[in-house]
Design a protein around this ligand. Structure first.
Ligand code: MF3
Ligand code: CO
Ligand code: CO
Length: 272
């Protein structure tokens, strides 16, 4: 399957879908505190999608080839979990935890919006805060590369250069992806690479940029639930994700909402 170029109608629908996904994170943020379980957060998220937004979770029952059906409405990845952390009624947040909440909604029109953020419970260690901040910068440095004529390698190179300069490592087994009326479609957006190589970007492409950055080594292991992915060395891992539209002159970040955290200093605009 070639990479699809979205129509104006598709783009309008994707703006709506991605804003819904971001608004789920705005909704859940004040509930993230010591003592709440990740299972409880997942239930609140599902209720909000279904009863407030009129969206549905894209992850509930999702089953790519070789995987068991995903049992929950979002992914909540705590501390050394890299991605696909499965919400659990017996997993309670404690002071100093870092967590990624990854939300993918499907709108009634059938479009997917995908975004994730890091949260810190309480104050957090200096190392944890630094990992979350560097990973946030990595995502935005990748986004800043996006424009017609740039390449996927430009994105990956910008992300990995910043992670490595900070002594952190980039996970290679998972990547960003095209998205639209399908959850995961081409292209694969690697978070490492060589400038000037790979697919040339064209206006109308929509894909995610979602770097997973480890404080330690990049190696990982998958747990027996078939989903949860952890760092092999038990170091902390962080991830941020946006869904991006390629425009003739740059990019439009689709997964923003009123509660989105401040942009890094080097980002002037979310649409150019
Ligand atoms: N939202 C994830 C992504 O960014 C995919 C999660 S699939 C799940 O692509 F089944 F683990 F939820
Ligand atoms: Co996601
Ligand atoms: Co994604």
């Amino acid at each position: 399957m070639p990479v699809t170029i979205k129509t104006e109608t598709d783009i309008a629908h994707m703006r709506v879908a991605c804003k819904f996904a971001s608004e789920v994170l705005d909704f859940i943020e004040p509930h993230i505190r010591t003592g709440i379980s990740t299972g409880e957060l997942d239930r609140m998220i599902n209720d909000y999608m279904v009863n407030v937004q009129g969206t549905v979770s894209a992850t509930l029952g999702y089953q790519p080839p070789g995987y068991p059906p995903y049992p929950k409405s979002c992914c909540i990845s705590l501390n050394d979990v890299i991605c696909h952390g499965v919400p659990d009624d017996d997993k309670f947040l404690k002071d100093g935890d870092i967590l990624n909440i990854d939300i993918t909604v499907i709108t009634p029109a059938g479009y997917f919006g995908d975004t994730s953020r890091m949260f810190i419970v309480g104050e957090g260690s200096i190392a944890a805060k630094r990992l979350c901040a560097v990973t946030y910068e990595c995502m935005w440095l990748g986004i800043a590369q996006v424009k017609e004529g740039a390449t996927l390698g430009d994105i990956g190179a910008a992300i990995s250069a910043h992670a490595n300069a900070n002594g952190m490592s980039v996970v290679r087994e998972y990547c960003g992806h095209g998205i639209g009326k399908v959850f995961h479609e081409e292209p694969q957006v690697l978070h490492y690479g060589v400038k000037g190589t790979g697919l040339k970007l064209k206006a109308g492409m929509i894909f995610t940029i979602e770097p997973m950055i480890n404080a330690g080594k990049r190696d990982l292991r998958t747990m027996s639930d078939g989903w949860t992915v952890k760092t092999k060395d038990r170091s902390l891992s962080a991830q941020w994700e946006h869904t991006i539209l390629v425009t003739p002159t740059g990019y439009e970040v689709l997964s923003l909402s009123d509660g989105y955290p401040p942009l890094p200093d080097f980002i002037k605009t979310t649409k150019c």
